[in-house]
Every structure is written in C-alpha cells, then in structure tokens.
Design a protein around this ligand. Structure first.
Ligand code: ATP
Ligand code: MG
Length: 359
C-alpha cells in the first residue's frame, strides 16, 4: 500500500487491489451514474475475484437496463461471464416471511409499525442473511438515491432499537398485552412472542452485519457524483453520514465530466465545462485524501455489456485527453467539426428557405 496512502490515485485500482473487501456500496444522487459505475465495478472485480455478486436495492431497478438482461431476486449469471451474478431486490416490498405479514392487526403490529423503517430493515437483513450463506467473494451494491441508502445503512441500529423498545414494552405490559391479544382472538402464533422471537433470531445476523459494515477491511462505500453544486453538496452530506455510521469511504467517482477535447467549438459546452471546473476544484480541495476518479460525459448512454466494458478503462487509468491543444490533430478535428457545423447550418437554411417559398 504505502505510496497509495500518500498519493491517492485517480482510479478505483485501490478497490480492485483490496483483497479483503466483501461489501462494496455504490451510492449517490439520482441519475448520476450509480448503476453504470456499480456494473462496471462488478465487471472489473470479476476479473480479479473468484466470484462477484451485484445487487440492486433500488426499487426502480436498472441493472437490467445496464446489462440488457433480465434479473430477479435470485442471483443470475450475467451473460458472457462465468463468475459474475446479478440480482434485484426490492427492500420496500414485503416478503412472504416479513415481520409485518406475520402479524395480524393489533397492538404488536401497531408497535412494529411505529418504528420507522423496521419492516424494510427486516427484509434487508433477511436478504443479507441469505447472501452471506452464498459465499461470494465480493458483493457490490447498486443503491437507490442517497436518502434511501442511508436509511438502509442505518438498519442495524433501527432493528436493535426496535427490538429494545419492544422488549421493554413487553416487560412492562407483557401480561396485559397477551390478555388483550387473547381477548381479541389473536392466535398465539401471531402473538407478540412469535414476533419477538423472530426479531431476536435476527439479532445475530444484525450484529454480525453491523460489525462487518463498520470494518474498513471488509466494507467500503463509493460515492458517485457529477461536477455540479447539488451533487457536491449531497456528496458532502453522504460522506458525513457515512462517517457518523462509521462506514469507510475513500473513493469518489465524478461522472459526466466534459473534457476539453470534446468542447472544441460549442459555446454551451464550453461554459458548462467552466462551471464543472469550479466544482471539480472544490471536490479536489474537500476530498484531498480520497481516490477521485473522473469519467468523461459520453455522447451516448452506456448500455449493454460491450458498452460497459468499453467504458471500464476510465476506471483503471486516469483520463488522458487524447489530443493536445494546438497540434495538427487538434486543428484537423476543429476543421472537420466546423465543416460539419457549416453543413448543418446550410441544410437548415435550405429548409427555412423552402418553407418560406411555400408560405
Ligand atoms: N459518462 C456518461 N456519459 C453518458 N451517459 C452516461 C454516463 N454515465 C451514465 N450515463 C447514462 O446516464 C443514465 C443514468 O445513469 P445510471 O442509470 O447509471 O444512473 P443512476 O445513478 O443509477 O440513476 P438512478 O438514480 O435513476 O438509479 C443511463 O442511461 C446511463 O447509460
Ligand atoms: Mg440506478
């Protein structure tokens, strides 16, 4: 490691090299490129690890879009790979065995519902329990936009709090509750004991996962963002929350960067680029101890394994503008761009003239 720590690199190489990593979270604001980045990261990890699982916890799944393949809530081999699996889980949907579906209406279900996020947390814990038995070398999470993700990462404490609250209430009012449940004809299997039993059963998983998520050897969180004010702001909030939860984070991916060479003649792009530069400077200033990877804005979407593979080299080698300003190459490119623009303008003019003649 050594030199890496002193001089952070502009790539995600550190993630690929950290052999102990078990959980890799990829998160950020909506639409910044979380799915694209987590998909590419899982492809890169599949080259160096025996087996990789990518999980989408975003209710609006888009791993299927990125890989152009349908996925379900069981791990499915990604086409063209022998060790990369994908699954899409919906943490907001109640599973058959979820806490709330175990309960009929009544005091205990009201109580459970009064703990925000408890059911979602239980489903997430159940999913993690399942995934842990599957023995993947590393698990990548394509998370939902920030707020949602932070809620999920809080789930161990949500569950622990919920459990404590229910236990103390049970101790206080235990007799009364069971009398009441009996009075209202709720069977024992749906009663508070079943629910508490279930929650206690989860306790081991929760504690284990909680320990793992807080261990920087096992878990890290990669923040994806774009060089704009709101994204910078949200990244800072995310980093602070992660620090609060003691979850390691030292990689930022700045996506959709407009590099000089693409700008050439467009005034619009040039001013966007200047705006981006301002925020890029701030990112580098605020996160000087992070590995910051910059990804270029492409003229097209990044869809399908081939496109993901092609884009992946930006994750392992820092962006190099292929053309140096003032060279013959650059001038040639400028001339051809101007020719294209002239052609477009001429045909637009033709079209307008024709339209006028008709009127
Ligand atoms: N650098 C890029 N250049 C061009 N298009 C990109 C780039 N990165 C991502 N895209 C495209 O932008 C769209 C949004 O990206 P992606 O789905 O990865 O974002 P997301 O953060 O997962 O969004 P959501 O919050 O909706 O889940 C996709 O169509 C993707 O192909
Ligand atoms: Mg997404």
């Amino acid at each position: 490691m050594g030199s890496n720590e002193e001089l952070p690199e502009g790539t995600v190489q550190n993630i690929l090299e950290q052999e102990t990593l078990k959980w890799v979270f990829v998160g950020g604001k909506g639409g910044v490129g979380k799915t694209t980045c987590s998909s590419i990261l899982s492809i890169l990890l599949a080259r160096v690890r025996p087996s990789v699982l990518i999980i989408s916890t975003d209710p609006a799944h888009n791993l299927s879009d990125a890989f152009q393949q349908r996925f379900t809530k069981t791990p499915t081999l990604v086409n063209g790979f022998s060790n990369l699996y994908a699954m899409e889980v919906d943490p907001t949907v109640e599973h058959d065995e979820s806490l709330v579906s175990d309960m009929t209406d009544g005091f205990m279900s009201d109580l459970a519902n009064s703990i925000p996020g408890i059911d979602e947390a239980m489903s997430f814990a159940e999913m993690l329990k399942l995934v842990q038995t599957m023995d993947y070398s590393v698990i990548v999470f394509d998370t939902a936009p920030t707020g949602h993700t932070l809620r999920l990462l809080q789930f161990p404490s949500t569950l622990e709090k919920g459990l404590a609250k229910m236990m103390s209430l049970k101790n206080k009012f235990g007799g009364l509750i069971s009398q009441m449940t009996r009075m209202f004809g709720v069977g024992d299997e749906f009663g508070e004991d079943a629910i508490l039993g279930k929650m206690e059963g989860m306790k081991d998983v929760i504690e284990q996962v909680n320990r793992q998520f807080k261990d920087p050897d096992l878990t890290t969180f990669i923040c994806v963002c774009i060089p704009e004010f709101l994204s910078l702001y949200e990244t800072e909030r995310l980093v602070q929350e992660l620090t609060k939860f003691e979850i390691d984070t030292h990689n930022i991916i700045i996506n959709q960067v407009i590099f000089d060479e693409e700008v050439i003649e467009s005034k619009l792009l040039r001013s966007r680029m200047n705006m981006q530069q301002k925020y890029l400077d701030q990112f580098y200033m605020l996160y000087d101890d992070f590995n910051i990877t910059k990804l270029p804005l492409l003229p097209q979407e990044v869809c399908g394994v081939e496109a993901l593979q092609a884009f992946s080299h930006h994750f392992v080698s820092p962006y190099q503008p292929s053309i140096v300003r003032g060279t013959v190459e650059e001038l040639e490119l400028r001339v051809s761009t101007l020719k294209e623009q002239l052609k477009d303008a001429e045909s637009e003019l033709e079209r307008l003239k024709k339209g006028k003649q008709k009127v």
